[in-house]
Design a binder for this molecule. Structure first.
Ligand code: UDP
Length: 443
C-alpha cells in the first residue's frame, strides 16, 4: 500500500534481508536492525521500503510487513546465496533493479539509508545519478575487522575505499556507539558528519521472567549452572573461547555446567564448517555432556533461553554493536563479553556484566565463575541489567532519533537548494557551512 501523504524513504540492505529468518548464515544483527528500524519508522509516519537482494526464486518479491512498511527483493546476480565477499560484482545490477523499481512505482526516494558497505556503494551510485540524500550505517567496519582476521579477502581495498567515500559523501553516517565514531575518525576519515544513534531491542519481548519457568519450558535442570551463547557460527564470534572457558570451569570443579549454544548452520555453507570445527573442539576438550547445540531459535523463544541462563557469554573478536548483549541484559541475564567495539558501550562492568580481553580463555572462565559463584551479586547484576537496557536501548527511541535525523537532512537539502553535501569536495566546505550543519544535527 502506498500513501500520498507520507514521505517515502528507502532502506537498502543488500545481503541482509529484513524479512529473513534470523540466526542462519549471514542473517544476524543487520537484518534485525533494518527490520525494526523500518517498522518503527513506519509508525512515525514515513512510507518505508526496504530493499534487499533476492536469494531464492521461491521467496516472494514483495513482503508487506505493515500497511506502510515492506521488504522488496531485487534481482542482482543469481537467485541463490552468495557470500558477501563475492557480492560486489552484482551491485551494478542492484542499482539498475532499484531504478527500474522506482520508475515502475513512479517514486523517487529523496532519502536513502544504506546499510553495510555494499549498500553504501549502491547509494553512492544513486547519488551520482540524481541528488538523493544519503544516510549510512556501517554494521561492520573493514578498517577494524581486517587487522583481526588472518585471511584478508581480495575485496578488502575496494571496501575500505567505499567506507571512506560514504563517510565523506553521505549527509550523515550513523555510528551505533561512541567507540564506532572514534574508529571512524581515527581509521577512516576526519571528514563527514557522524551521529551516534545506538541499536535497540524489543523490550516487550526481551524482558525478565521467572527463571524456573523458563528452565521448565526448555527442559533444563534447575540445579545446573547454565552459560549461554547466542549468535551465528562465524569464527570472529569466538565460540571456541566459550568452549575452552567451559572446559576450564569444569577443571576448576564446576560439575553441573551446561553450555547452551544457540544459532543455526547449514552443512554446505561456511557456518556449517565453523559448527563442525566447534564440535571438534568440544570433543577434544571432553565437553560433549555439557554442551547443548540448540540450533536456530527465533525471537519468540529466545527470551526463554536468555532467562534460563545464569550468564550469557559474548566472546567476539570484534563486535560493532552486538544485539545479543542488550537482548540478554533486557531479560535480566548478566553478560560476560569481550572488551571490544560496541560491547564496551552496552555492557557496564560490574553493573550489568563483565568485560574481558577477547580470546583470553582464562579471563572468560574467571569472569563466568565470579558470577556463578556469587548468587547475591548475580541477582544484583540481573536487576541492573534489565533496568539499564530499558533506559538506554529501545527501538522506538532509536527510530525517533533516526526520524529526526532524516527530517534535518531533508530540511537542510531544501534550505541549501542543492543536495547536501554541496557538490564540492567536503574538505572545501566553509567552517560556517559545517557549523550550521553540526548545530542542526547535534542538537
Ligand atoms: N539470532 C536469532 N536466532 C539465533 C541466533 C541469533 O534470532 O539462532 C539473532 C539474535 O537474537 C540477534 C542477532 O541474531 O538479534 C545477532 O545480532 P548481533 O548484533 O549480536 O550479531 P551479528 O549477527 O550482527 O554479528
Amino acid at each position: 500500500m502506498f500513501s500520498l501523504n507520507r514521505q517515502p524513504i528507502a532502506l537498502i540492505s543488500d545481503h541482509a534481508d529484513p524479512a529473513a529468518e534470523i540466526g542462519l548464515e549471514e542473517a544476524g544483527g543487520q537484518n534485525v536492525y533494518v527490520r525494526q528500524v523500518g517498522e518503527h519508522l513506519a509508525h512515525l509516519a514515513w512510507q518505508v521500503d526496504m530493499f534487499t537482494r533476492k536469494v531464492s526464486s521461491e521467496l516472494p518479491t514483495i513482503v508487506q510487513h505493515s500497511p506502510h512498511c515492506r521488504t522488496i527483493r531485487l534481482s542482482a546476480g543469481p537467485e541463490a546465496f552468495v557470500p558477501r565477499d563475492q557480492l560486489f560484482e552484482h551491485m551494478p545490477e542492484f542499482v539498475e533493479s532499484f531504478q527500474r523499481f522506482e520508475s515502475k512505482q513512479g517514486t523517487n526516494y529523496p532519502l536513502v539509508h544504506t546499510n553495510y558497505w555494499l549498500s553504501a556503494w549502491v547509494g553512492l551510485e544513486l547519488q551520482k545519478k540524481r541528488g538523493i540524500q544519503l544516510v549510512h550505517t556501517y554494521h561492520s567496519l573493514g578498517a577494524v575487522k581486517y587487522p583481526a582476521v588472518l585471511d584478508r579477502p581480495a575485496i578488502a581495498d575496494t571496501r575500505l575505499n567505499v567506507e571512506r567515500e560514504i563517510l565523506e559523501q553521505a549527509a550523515c553516517v550513523v555510528a551505533t556507539s561512541p567507540q564506532e565514531r572514534e574508529n571512524l575518525r581515527t581509521l577512516v576519515s576526519l571528514l563527514g558528519q557522524i551521529e551516534v544513534i545506538p541499536c535497540g531491542t524489543d523490550t516487550e519481548n526481551f524482558r525478565p521472567m521467572p527463571k524456573a519457568e523458563a528452565r521448565r519450558q526448555l527442559g533444563l535442570d534447575l540445579q545446573e549452572q547454565v552459560v549461554l551463547y547466542v549468535g551465528r557460527f562465524d569464527r570472529r564470534k569466538g565460540i571456541e573461547t566459550a568452549i575452552r572457558a567451559g572446559a576450564a570451569l569444569k577443571e576448576q570443579g564446576i560439575n553441573n555446567l551446561k553450555l547452551v549454544i544457540v544459532g543455526g548452520s547449514s552443512p554446505d555453507l561456511p557456518d556449517g564448517k565453523e559448527r563442525a570445527r566447534v564440535e571438534q573442539i568440544v570433543a577434544e576438550v571432553g565437553l560433549q555432556a555439557e554442551v547443548l547445540f540448540a540450533g536456530r531459535v527465533g525471537h519468540d523463544l529466545l527470551p526463554l533461553y536468555y532467562t534460563a541462563a545464569d550468564v550469557c557469554v559474548i566472546p567476539s573478536h570484534y563486535e560493532p554493536f552486538g544485539l545479543v548483549a542488550i537482548e540478554s541484559m533486557a531479560c535480566g541475564t548478566p553478560v560476560v563479553a569481550s572488551d571490544v567495539g560496541g560491547l564496551r558501550f552496552t555492557v557496564i562492568p560490574n553493573q550489568t556484566g563483565l568485560l574481558v580481553p577477547p580470546q583470553d580463555t582464562a579471563s572468560f572462565a574467571e569472569a563466568i565463575y565470579s558470577i556463578l559463584s556469587d548468587q547475591l551479586w548475580a541477582r544484583k547484576l540481573r536487576r541492573q541489567a534489565s533496568v539499564t537496557v530499558n533506559q538506554r536501548f529501545s527501538w522506538p527511541g532509536v527510530a525517533i532519533q533516526l526520524s529526526e535525523l532524516y527530517r534535518h537532512v531533508l530540511a537542510q537539502s531544501i534550505m541549501h537548494e542543492q543536495p547536501w553535501p554541496p557538490k564540492m569536495a567536503s574538505n572545501q566546505l566553509t567552517s560556517a557551512q559545517r557549523y550550521s550543519w553540526v548545530k542542526t544535527v547535534n542538537r
